[in-house]
Design a protein around this ligand. Structure first.
Ligand code: HPA
Ligand code: ZN
Length: 321
C-alpha cells in the first residue's frame, strides 16, 4: 500500500467524529441512556434525508459528552485516525452552543479539546487549529454571548465559523458577530451553499468577510459567482461524502468536484462528520478518485490546495508538508 498523500483537513466538526463505540462508552461512564440498544442499532439510524435529519441525531448523541476528559478522548481519537490517513494539519470546528445549552461550560469543552490538540504534534504528527462555530439556527444574540464567553480562551481559538441548519438563516444575520470576531483578531469562515442558495455564498464573502467558504457546493448554479471565486482564489472546503449522505447529490459519481477543479476553483476535499458519513478524509480522497476518475495530478492539486487554503503561516506550512 502506498503511503497516503500528506494533506490538511479544513472542514471537520469534532462532534461529528463521535463513533458509536465511543458514544456508548461515554454514555455508560456518564450515566446517560441512549435511545438505541447497541452500536448496530445506532448505525441503522444513519440514513439521512437532508441536513436537518442528520443534525437531529448529531445533537442528540452529543448528550454523552460531559467532562474535560470526554472532549480530550474524542479529539485524540480523531487525530489518531486522521494521522493514519495522511493528515498533517487539521483545522477543527467545534459547536460550543450545543454543549452550553445542556449545561456544559464552554471552558470544559475548550480545555478538553486543547489538551488533545496540545499533544497532537508529538503524539500524531499533526498540527492543529481550533475554529469556534456559531449555530446559525440560534439567534445572533446567542452567538454574540458565545463569543463573549470565549474571551478567556481566545489564545486557543484561531477563528470563527457558522454551521447548523442553513436555509432561512443567511450569513447577514451574523454581521455584527463577525465584525466583533474580526476586531478580536479571529479568522473567519462560514458554511454557505451546502443547502442554501448561491447568494448565501456572496453574503458570506461580502457581509461577513470570510476567507474560505465551507461547502460552497451550490456555487456551480451561478457562473458569475464561479468566475468570482476563481478570480479571488476563494477556497471551498468541499465534503463529497457528506453531500451524498445528506442527499445534496444522488451519487458520488455526480459530484461536480472534477468540473470545479477544471474551472480553476480552489477546491479542497474534507470529511465534515466522518463518524456519520462513511469515511475519514483519506477514505474521502480514495472515494472521489475512484468515483470521478481523478488522476494523480488532480489528487496532488487537492492536497496542495488543502495546505494553501489553511491558516498555517508560511513557515509552518512548509514544515507540515
Ligand atoms: N452542515 C451544517 N452544520 C453542520 C454540519 C454540516 O454538514 N455538520 C455539523 N454541523
Ligand atoms: Zn460542516
Amino acid at each position: 500500500m502506498p503511503l497516503p498523500l500528506p494533506k490538511a483537513e479544513l472542514h471537520l466538526h469534532i462532534e461529528g467524529t463521535l463513533e458509536p463505540e465511543l458514544a456508548f462508552a461515554l454514555a455508560a461512564r456518564n450515566g446517560v441512556t441512549l435511545p438505541y440498544a447497541d452500536t448496530e442499532q445506532l448505525r441503522e439510524a444513519y440514513l439521512f434525508s437532508d441536513l436537518q435529519s442528520f443534525l437531529d441525531l448529531y445533537y442528540e448523541l452529543m448528550a454523552v459528552l460531559h467532562t474535560v476528559d470526554d472532549f480530550t478522548e474524542l479529539a485524540d481519537a480523531y487525530l489518531a485516525r486522521a494521522a493514519a490517513q495522511g493528515v498533517r494539519h487539521a483545522e477543527i470546528f467545534f459547536d460550543p452552543q450545543a454543549h452550553t445549552a445542556r449545561g456544559i461550560p464552554i471552558g470544559t469543552v475548550i480545555e478538553g479539546l486543547a489538551r488533545a490538540l496540545d499533544g497532537a504534534e508529538e503524539r500524531h504528527g499533526v498540527s492543529t487549529r481550533l475554529i469556534m462555530c456559531f449555530l446559525r439556527d440560534e439567534s445572533a444574540e446567542s452567538a454574540m454571548a458565545t463569543l463573549e464567553a470565549a474571551k478567556p480562551y481566545l489564545h486557543r481559538i484561531t477563528g470563527v465559523g457558522l454551521d447548523s441548519a442553513e436555509v432561512g438563516h443567511p450569513p447577514s444575520k451574523f454581521r455584527e458577530v463577525y465584525a466583533a470576531a474580526e476586531a478580536l483578531g479571529l479568522r473567519k469562515v462560514a458554511h454557505a451553499g451546502e443547502e442554501g442558495p448561491p447568494d448565501y455564498i456572496r453574503e458570506a464573502l461580502d457581509v461577513l468577510g470570510v476567507e474560505r467558504i465551507d461547502h460552497g457546493l451550490r456555487c456551480v448554479e451561478d457562473p458569475e459567482l464561479v468566475e468570482r471565486l476563481v478570480r479571488e482564489r476563494v477556497p471551498l472546503t468541499l465534503c463529497p461524502l457528506s453531500n451524498v449522505r445528506l442527499r445534496a447529490i444522488d451519487v458520488l459519481e455526480d459530484h461536480p468536484l472534477a468540473s470545479m477543479l477544471e474551472a480553476g476553483l480552489m477546491a479542497t476535499v474534507n470529511s465534515d462528520d466522518p463518524a456519520y458519513f462513511g469515511g475519514y478524509v483519506g477514505d474521502t480522497f480514495d472515494a472521489v478518485r475512484g468515483a470521478l476518475g481523478l488522476d494523480r495530478e488532480q489528487m496532488r492539486t487537492l492536497a496542495r490546495n488543502s495546505f494553501e487554503a489553511s491558516f498555517l503561516d508560511d513557515d509552518e506550512d512548509r514544515r507540515a508538508r
